[in-house]
Design a protein around this ligand. Structure first.
Ligand SMILES: Cc1cc2nc3c(=O)[nH]c(=O)nc-3n(C[C@H](O)[C@H](O)[C@H](O)COP(=O)(O)OP(=O)(O)OC[C@H]3O[C@@H](n4cnc5c(N)ncnc54)[C@H](O)[C@@H]3O)c2cc1C
Length: 448
């Protein structure tokens, strides 16, 4: 290990180089603590990582943007003096239902939403307003999203608008999803609107990769280390306290460890040192996987940025035309379209190869966009994530593992601990930094 000017202590090893891990490492650097990030992938970024499209430009493997109220990531960006790189734009959201595309970007679009009767449109509008008035989310913890949405908007609004979305995203797990999850989603999206009611979203110039690089620079310039291609395989303890992280590249001494991957990975890493009961507590939260098919097209597909596919028989729940936010010129003139699907990891479609995934999706895309022709596709890519979305069920707060793990010196900051908000880079930054601050205080009390 490279020596730094931070004294004889090995410092903190952060497992995982996603937004949580990088934010934790950055905060530890600010606290004056030596830090080493280990990331199994060839690059950092985690679920917000990027790849090279045909033109050589970088694009997220899974579509990413921020809401205007994502204040933790915006604060970090300001600290990195990169606020000029944030791009804010109005976006257009639409919904595909019963063979038609309806624009649903503004309150007046909602009034024109002919898939519902006038009375149900008013109910839907009321629901959207009512959601923002919820003060005590804990009162929703025992309710399913289905029960709550039906109560607020009635059965028809649920059937047309919410059921296909919940089914499309969570499949058979949809009835288990908590009212807290949908409440927070609607509240956040509703809060990212301008005075005219139209949604505004944010992105980083050069993509999320450019921000990840800024975070890396901020860590390395303060003496931190980032080891990519390094897989943590276990923890070593001395008298019940962590002293090292075992990796495929050797052993890294550690005064403390922050573990950021998904809980099943955490359980594997810590398994040898935990009781069966403790291990079981890390297995209580279910995750969905995600498959994103990305099409590089030689022309525009639609005029929407975000199209919800309200038909759960389709093999994707959203069509995100990224180049209706960032211009195609950023990607060699190509239009970039993501088809996103959430599914259980044991679903046969999660294992389909790239070409089979394309073949499976194309007929459905042609149903939504009859003008679409296969020869518009210049290139396609498929990205898969095993742990893409924790399933936020009723009484979720009872299942969330604590930041402080049962092993002395080991702290957890994993996506599934974000609550009542849902996962997102904004909360990854918040929780990563918060975990680092706790670890820094603990180290000062116990080691330094
Ligand atoms: C389809 C999709 C769309 C999304 N859209 C948005 C969006 O628009 N806006 C937004 O803010 N968020 C979005 N998110 C969520 C966002 O990507 C995540 O909340 C965030 O990136 C999670 O960061 P993390 O560091 O907590 O976890 P991860 O990104 O999962 O990072 C964990 C890291 O740990 C590494 N790792 C795992 N095991 C080991 C090991 N044994 N040793 C070393 N390293 C290991 C992994 O390789 C990974 O890099 C989206 C997610 C998905 C799947």
């Amino acid at each position: 290990m490279r020596a730094t000017d931070k004294g004889p202590h090995p410092g903190v090893v952060v497992i995982g180089g996603g937004f949580t891990g990088l934010a934790a490492a950055y905060q530890l650097c600010l606290e004056g603590i030596r830090v080493t990030v280990v990331e199994q992938g060839a690059e950092t970024g985690g679920l917000a990582r990027s790849f090279e499209v045909e033109s050589g430009d970088r694009l997220e493997c899974f579509y990413h943007h921020w809401f205007t109220n994502d204040r933790h990531i915006m604060a970090l960006i300001r600290e990195l003096q990169a606020e000029d790189e944030v791009i804010l734009r109005q976006t257009r959201t639409s919904i595909y239902f019963s063979h038609r595309i309806y624009r649903l970007a503004t309150p007046s679009d909602l009034l024109r939403f002919a898939a519902l009767s006038l009375l149900d449109r008013v109910r839907l509008g009321w629901l959207v307003m009512r959601v923002r008035m919820v003060g005590n989310w804990r009162a929703l913890e025992k309710l399913s999203a289905e029960a709550w949405l039906k109560r607020l908007g009635g059965h028809e609004v649920y059937r047309v608008v919410w059921e296909p979305l919940l089914r499309g995203k969570f499949g058979d797990l949809a009835p288990e999803v908590s009212a807290v999850w949908i409440w927070n989603k609607l509240k956040l999206r509703g809060g990212s609107r301008g005075k005219d009611g139209a949604e505004r979203l944010a992105y980083f110039r050069g993509g999320f990769r450019a921000l990840v690089q800024r975070m890396e620079q901020a860590i390395v310039s303060r003496g931190g280390q980032i080891l990519t291609g390094t897989i943590a395989t276990g923890l070593q303890l001395t008298r019940g306290r962590v002293t090292a992280v075992a990796t495929n590249q050797g052993t890294l001494p550690a005064d403390a460890v922050i573990v950021t991957p998904a809980l099943p990975v955490v359980a594997r890493l810590m398994g040898a040192h935990l009781s069966a009961e403790q291990l079981a507590s890390y297995a209580r939260i279910k995750y969905l996987a995600n498959v994103c098919l990305i099409l590089e097209l030689d022309r525009r597909l639609s005029d929407s940025y975000w199209l919800n596919v309200n038909d759960s028989s389709f093999p994707f729940v959203g069509v995100i035309e990224h180049t209706n936010f960032e211009a195609p010129a950023q990607y060699g003139g190509r239009s970039i379209v993501y088809l996103s699907r959430y599914l259980p990891a044991d679903h046969s479609h999660f294992g389909l190869d790239d070409d089979a995934t394309l073949e499976h999706c194309l007929p459905y895309l042609s149903v939504i966009f009859p003008q679409f022709r296969r020869d518009w596709i210049v290139k396609h890519h498929v990205w898969r994530a095993r742990y893409a979305q924790p399933v936020v069920t009723k009484d979720y707060s009872a299942f969330i593992p604590a930041l402080r793990s049962p092993i002395e010196g080991v702290y957890l900051a994993s996506m599934a601990q974000i609550y009542p908000e849902d996962r997102g880079t904004n909360y990854a930054v918040r929780d990563g930094r918060a975990a680092a601050a706790v670890v820094a205080a603990w180290l000062r009390d116990h080691c330094y």
